[in-house]
Design a protein. Structure first.
Length: 130
């Protein structure tokens, strides 16, 4: 009997905590989507760009931003592209001028997604520039 009451108590506390989090407008990072599915090379205005493709979203989406870093495990990151203030599903997350990738051939592209509760999720995608 004691074990059953403890299990029920734990379940009720978890449900109440989850309900309180959602009432505040927050979410767990499991509900945040940060996914880079690929890149495509495009030319516009006599310049070459990488379009970063994927999905970003959250029930209480606040913003998303991209960064790049050189190598397989970058020690520094640089902000690139446009900040996003709305979710995107299976689309272009941003464009990065190819000139941003100077000085090396292997880069990591990162998309960061934040919800209104301050929780974030990140996705990385390796890019090789030849």
């Amino acid at each position: 009997m004691g074990r059953y009451i403890t299990s029920v108590f734990v379940a009720v506390v978890w449900l109440l905590a989850t309900a309180a989090l959602h009432a505040q407008g927050g979410s767990s990072d499991n509900n945040i989507t940060a996914e880079i599915t690929g890149v495509e090379l495009v030319s516009a205005d006599d310049r070459d760009y990488l379009h970063i493709l994927g999905t970003i979203g959250a029930p209480w989406f606040k913003r998303a931003w991209m960064q790049i870093g050189q190598g397989s495990t970058p020690s520094t990151w640089r902000f690139v592209g446009q900040k996003r203030k709305y979710p995107i599903e299976d689309g272009v997350l941003g464009k990065i001028p190819l000139s941003e990738f100077s000085g090396g051939d292997l880069w990591q592209v990162v998309i960061n997604v934040e919800d209104t509760n301050g929780l974030t999720k990140q996705a990385r995608f390796p890019v090789r520039i030849n």
